[in-house]
Structure formats: structure tokens, C-alpha cells
Design a protein around this ligand. Sequence first.
Ligand SMILES: Cc1cc2nc3c(=O)[nH]c(=O)nc-3n(C[C@H](O)[C@H](O)[C@H](O)COP(=O)(O)OP(=O)(O)OC[C@H]3O[C@@H](n4cnc5c(N)ncnc54)[C@H](O)[C@@H]3O)c2cc1C
Length: 422
Amino acid sequence: MTRFSAWNVFRNGLTGQKGWSRQWRDPEPKKHYDVVVIGAGLHGLATAYYLAKNHSVRNVAVVEKGWLGGGNAGRNTTIVRSNYMMPGNREFYEHSLKLWENLSHELNYNVMFSQRAHVSLLHSPAAVDDAARRYNTMRLTDSDGELWDLEKLKHTIPYLNYGPNSRFPIIGAAVQRRAGTARHDAVAWGYARGADQHGVDILQNCEVTGVTRDNDKVVAIETTRGTISAGKVGFAVAGNTSRLWSMAGLGNLPIESHKLQAFVSEPLKPLLDHVVVFGVGGAHFYISQSDKGGMVFGGDIDWYKSYAQRGNLPIVQDVAEAAMSILPCLGRVKLLRHWSGVMDMSMDGSHFICKTPLNNLYLNAGWNYGGFKASPASGWYFADLIANDRPHPVVENHDLQRFERGINIDERGAGPDPKLHG
Ligand SMILES: Cc1cc2nc3c(=O)[nH]c(=O)nc-3n(C[C@H](O)[C@H](O)[C@H](O)COP(=O)(O)OP(=O)(O)OC[C@H]3O[C@@H](n4cnc5c(N)ncnc54)[C@H](O)[C@@H]3O)c2cc1C
């Protein structure tokens, strides 16, 4: 595999770009793998990469029903941050952000990680107090965070709706400067290329249609490209987790599948060089500007359960209203595209990286709207779990029994309703 380097770019520029090799192979499935990871989204690909790199487990397949990165991996609004507060989540997301900071070098692939700061708008004294608690916790636990008053916010981001009659008056902001955005496809491609380099087989157009068990053990998976036997199996299928879970004969999960829509506008001249977020009074909105100039934004999930990967007009209206309330200058900007992905919404808004009732089956799911930023750490800890057959202390409470044990990792304090966790 050709490495990316200044010299190789220069050399290929002079020789008609003929010196580049394929980024990953397109192998035929083998009869048996030591580990089969189902789902070639960010989490599945990162898991395979860290299994091979950190744990020298190389007889690994990633099985994907479509094309790699075609699920939520390639549909998200690419926000990366670590402003989490609950024990377990705090350490997990900070580890993830640290992995992001070196990811382009680690993978020798430019994931375009841009630490442009994540700015959460605050609209009431209570929100300022709440943010002070969260951001002080972050500062005390090896992360960064700051509170901006209105004057500083106006100076830094002048185009927000600061008018006296604004729908949601702004009084300040909570800011994480190391947060930002990355290029989602590049992350999927970078992990795929890295995993492939370590010998991992990435099997696309290979849908899992059945899970064969021998009592408490998975012995094989049935796929559209034949039966594959496996020593260990990991589920990393995001919004399709309940389907796979039921194929394994395991009943219900504390997860609901809802769709989340995203939007991009026509390209504009540079307008916003931060990620701006607000959530107040039933409105939820986040926006950034892509390197091509498009305004990339989104809002809440559709509140009914669905596996449909398409948008609808009520959410267009809802999100456009939120956009207008905070950035009225977007009023005449045309919407270029909008789309949707299927979110694995858990009861407390936090994820699962855990063992399951089957001895050699492992679960990675429950990412809500937050799984893009999580993907490096998710792969890192899931690989650690699969290789060592025990959870790392950072994820030991992120299991399916936490509700029975009374463990609280409800980051939003929204209660046991998946729809309310963003
Ligand atoms: C519109 C939108 C905006 C978002 N914005 C953000 C954001 O700004 N920041 C953030 O942190 N997160 C965000 N997210 C969430 C994030 O994208 C997801 O949590 C994350 O991508 C999920 O992990 P994944 O990449 O592994 O999932 P996916 O990419 O969905 O991967 C799962 C894969 O499993 C495959 N699969 C399913 N069933 C089978 C089967 N039977 N056999 C084989 N393969 C199967 C699917 O085809 C899919 O490729 C957003 C999501 C959406 C949809």
C-alpha cells in the first residue's frame, strides 16, 4: 500500500498519478475468522483496526451489508467534542478526543479534524450555572472548557441573533476549544485502509441474515455470501442492532431505532468558523460550515420509531425555524440536500460496550446522536473487550445490566425515554 507523504504526492504529480495502489482489498470471504465484526461503519472499522494494531488479532473480518461508511458513518454532521460529565462518559469521550487529535498521523490519512471550538449557547442564568458545573468538571478531569460572557461571544461570533426581540435571547456560551469537526468519509476510509493493511478482510455487500448458535455460543453467521464460522462475534450495527439481536434469539434490547435528519445548504463565503449549538424550550439545533462552504446543520430526531433512511418535510420546517431563530441571515439561503440515518437510541442516552448473554458475542451500540465523536474510543475499548473478554474499567458500567444496578449515566438527566436523549 502506498503511503501518503509529501514526496509521494510530488512524485505522482510528475508521473500521471499512476503510482497509487488500491486503498483496501476486496477479498472473498474465508470459511472461518477468529473475530467477525458485523457492520462497517466507523465503530466496526475502528474495532477491527485496534484489534489488529493493539492486540495483534489479525484473522478478522468486518462484514457489511452495503458499502463501507454508507450508514450513519457517512450521514452525520461530524461534530466532535468531549463535554461530557458523568463518570465513565467523561473519561471515554476525553480519550476519544485525544485519539482524534492524532488520528490523521496514526492512520496516515487526512481525516480533516478541525479544532474550531464547540460553542453551546446559553439562554438563562440556570443554564449558565449548569454549564459552570459541567465545564468545571471537565477542567478538573484533564479536559478544557470555558464560559464566555455576551460581550466575548458577540465579538467572536457576530452574526447570531442578539436582537432585543429575539425568540431565544442569548446571555453567554459554554465553549470547548479543542472540539470541532472532521470529514466523516475520510475517517471511515482511513480506518478501513489501516485495518486492511493489518490483514483484516472487509467484506462489503455481505448482509448477515442469520446467527447460528450452539446453546450459549455463536458458532457461525449466515450471510448473503455464504456461512462464516467465527471464534468471536461483535455487533456494531448502530440503528440495526435490534434486528441482529433478534437474529441471535436474544429478545428485546433497551434500544429504540429513530431516524435523525441532517441538512446542507448551497456553498457560502466564510460565515461561521465555529460549531454553534443551542437547545432550549423544545428547540435543538447545531450548525457548522463545511470546507466547501455549505452550512451543515441538524436538529432533533423524528419522534416515531423507524428504519427509513430518508427525510421528511415536518422536520425541514422544524429545523429551518430553529436556524432562522438563531441565524436570521440564513433566511434566503437555499437548501441543497437533506438526508437521514437510523439512530440506536438507548434508555439513558449512553452507549453499550459489553458482553452479552452469549459467551462469545459482544455488543457495541446505543450511540444516540453522538457516535461520530465516539468512534475512535469506541473501537479502542470494544477491541479491548473482545480481545480480553472483560470490559476495561472505563466502560465497565456501560453494560445491559446497569439499569438493574441503579447506575446513573443519564448525561442529560432526561429520564428513561430514548426520544429525549440527544
Ligand atoms: C443525521 C445524523 C447526524 C449526526 N450527527 C452527529 C454528530 O454531529 N456528532 C456525533 O458524534 N454523532 C453524530 N451522529 C451519530 C453518528 O453518526 C452515529 O452514532 C455513528 O455513526 C454510529 O456508528 P457507526 O458509524 O458504526 O454506524 P453505521 O455507519 O450506521 O454502521 C453500521 C453498519 O452496519 C451495517 N449493517 C446493518 N445491518 C447489517 C447486517 N444485517 N449485515 C451486515 N451489515 C449490517 C449498516 O449497513 C452500516 O453500514 C449523527 C447521525 C446522523 C444520522
